[in-house]
Design a protein around this ligand. Structure first.
Ligand code: AMP
Length: 604
């Protein structure tokens, strides 16, 4: 088996780690960085960039740059309207109600965009490790729904990764803790990232960890703090210049970028300056924006968001039936946990110093790598029992939900319930699977439904149909139903629909392979171009520095070769003509060097 890598596929940044001799290590990407921005950009010619380059083009080409795709993965268009309104790229509703990113004359699903990030991480890992990487563990927020987990798995499949396990981010962080500190403790993992917030309470007993409760909010992250600042800046522009920039995508992107930078700076400084020259222009001339922002002002603005995280902490403790005094340590995870006010609030809330020994950007990927080590047998005697984040159940009479698997049940888990008919001789029974905490069916998330057909005629209530819920180690649910009298089973196992059928997945995987091959061909061409450029630069230096040592014919020949070479380099796009050009220029170079050395020896 090739090495299994651990991937923290983040809203803002992604990190990859692996096990090396029983110890987790963070992988370095092609740009030499430990962290890869989760950003995908497209050029006008359809070329695709992922990571730092894409992040850099976000300011100049916001329409063709997709960030925060994790906020959209596995969600329906109608569920994500607020988030969609804040994006600069074009997002449409697909025929089946899913989210489509319209870019470079195509529409991509969120799993396809996420797959592009995963493909880049996979390639970087292969370069770094010098071996093919096929298996991965991907982390997701504890509060990801079944549909979001499935869609993340689909993204892995498209990228050519066998996703051996999906694990919860705070659980991964707890694993990293468990790996390092084998002792008895109850820890709280406070995970405040770019797009989501999660809090988990975990009991650690030397080499066994058990998640007691997990809570969170999939729509609360650093990006929301940035949006608050953007709204404030938009109001300032309106006040100062009377201009509403809320629909100007390019200006919004610049404001967003400046807002995030200011926020990060305020984690280290008490005051920062937001300076945006030439933000827009009117007939009266260019308009600039300059504002000072103090840490205190920033904290006041963001306080309502910060408070929401503490509310979740309170609920998680209640779910775990614990009090603050029961928590031994608090581990901070996620970039937003670097905000000083957050640290202060969390410390005050839990009434104890924070554990800051783990790098909040990397600890999740490290935990995922440790999970990989456990599966591969490299890491021994560590067990972490995870729990479900939501209750799962069935719609029953009266449009109510009967819970089969309550939230915070240790996974993997299975439960069964018998259901029956409600009228005499009823031939079919509908099984509607729900996720959520409300007693009313329509207030919960519908995961899917199917019908068990061909039930033998019987008085109402007589048939006994067993509905079985099985939730696997990835937190993904399968539901089956069986008529216990007739043994009838139908097409009963549902797979939460992610908007991607098997055909769609295969098509997307095929395209990803094609793209990878085209990219490899392009890399080859770029490499040969680089060789040609290098010889041309050497020839130009020769023409410049050795002019006095060349006779007229030689100088003319050299000048001609350089001109011809530059022209050909400007037009050639295929590998073959570039290789021919490179070979010819090398001959010219050798010939001129020989001419020069002959002349030098005859002069002496
Ligand atoms: P993550 O999802 O864990 O990569 O966290 C990314 C989020 O953390 C983004 O919203 C960043 O702007 C935010 N972030 C990163 N570093 C800092 C910092 N020093 N202060 C405040 N926010 C930060």
């Amino acid at each position: 088996m090739s090495k299994v890598i651990g991937i923290d596929l983040g809203t803002t940044n992604s990190v990859c780690a692996y096990m090396d001799g029983g110890e987790p290590r963070v992988l370095i990407n092609e740009e030499g960085q430990r962290v890869t921005p989760s950003v995908v950009g497209f050029s006008k010619s359809g070329e695709r960039f992922v990571g730092d380059i894409a992040k850099r083009q976000m300011l100049i080409n916001p329409e063709a740059t997709i960030h925060s795709v994790k906020r959209f993965i596995g969600r329906r268009h109608r569920e994500a309207r607020d988030d969609i309104a804040k994006m600069s790229c074009s997002i449409v509703e697909t025929r089946d109600g899913d989210i489509g990113f319209e870019v470079a004359e195509r529409t991509y699903g969120a799993p396809e965009i996420s797959a592009m990030i995963l493909q880049k991480l996979k390639r970087s890992a292969e370069d770094f490790l010098g071996a093919a990487v096929t298996d991965a563990i991907i982390t997701v927020p504890a509060h990801f729904t079944d549909r979001q987990r499935q869609a993340t798995k689909d993204a892995g499949t498209i990228a050519g990764l066998n996703v051996v396990r999906i694990i919860n981010e705070p659980t991964a962080a707890a694993l990293a803790y468990l790996h390092e500190r084998r002792r008895r403790a109850t820890i709280a993992v406070y995970d405040f990232g770019g797009g989501t917030f999660d809090i988990s309470v975990v009991d650690i007993d030397h080499d066994v960890g058990e998640v007691r409760a997990t809570r969170g909010d999939n729509t609360l992250g650093g990006g929301d703090i940035d949006n608050l600042l953007v709204s404030w800046l938009l109001r300032e522009v309106l006040d100062e210049h009377g201009i509403d920039l809320s629909t100007d995508k390019a200006a919004r992107q610049r404001l967003r970028d400046a807002a995030e930078r200011a926020k990060v700076e305020l984690s280290a400084a008490l005051e920062t300056e937001i300076h945006l020259p030439f933000l827009t222009a009117t007939p009266t001339g260019p308009k600039h924006l300059q504002r000072a922002l103090s840490r205190a002002q920033f904290e006041a603005m963001a306080q309502p968001l910060f408070d929401r995280t503490l509310e979740e902490c309170r609920r998680a403790l209640a779910d775990a039936r614990l009090t603050i005094a029961d928590i031994d340590e608090v581990v901070l995870v996620g970039g937003s946990s670097r905000i000083p006010r957050i640290k202060e609030m969390v410390r005050d809330f839990f009434e104890r110093p924070l554990n800051q020994t783990f790098n909040p950007d990397e600890v999740v990927a490290v935990g995922a790598a440790i999970q990989a080590g456990i599966l591969e047998g490299d890491v021994k005697a560590v067990t972490l029992l995870d729990v479900t984040s939501f209750s799962l159940g069935l719609e029953v009479e009266g449009r109510r939900m009967a819970k089969l698997i309550p939230k915070n049940t240790v996974i993997p888990a299975h439960r069964s319930q018998f259901v029956s008919t409600v009228i005499d001789n009823q031939k079919t029974v509908k099984v509607h699977v729900l996720q959520g905490e409300s007693a009313l069916a329509n207030e919960n998330v519908s995961l899917g439904e199917f019908e068990l057909c061909g039930i033998a005629p019987a008085p109402r209530g007589a048939p006994r149909i067993e509905v079985r819920f099985v939730i696997d180690a990835n937190g993904i649910l399968n539901v089956g139903a069986r008529d216990s009298r007739t043994g009838l089973v139908g097409n009963l196992t549902i797979r939460a629909p992610t908007g991607m059928s098997t055909d769609d997945l295969e098509r997307a995987r095929g395209e990803a392979i094609e793209h990878e091959q085209a990219r490899a061909r392009l890399d080859d061409v770029k490499e040969v171009r680089h060789q040609v450029e290098r010889i041309l630069v050497a020839l130009e230096a020769m023409a410049r520095d050795q002019a006095a040592n060349l006779d007229r014919a030689g100088a003319h020949q050299l000048e001609h070769a350089i001109k011809r070479g530059r022209l050909a380099l400007g037009t050639a796009s295929e590998r073959r003509p570039l290789e021919d050009l490179s070979a010819w220029l090398r001959q010219v170079q050798a010939h001129m060097s020989e001419r020069l050395s002959n002349r030098n020896s005859s002069v002496h």
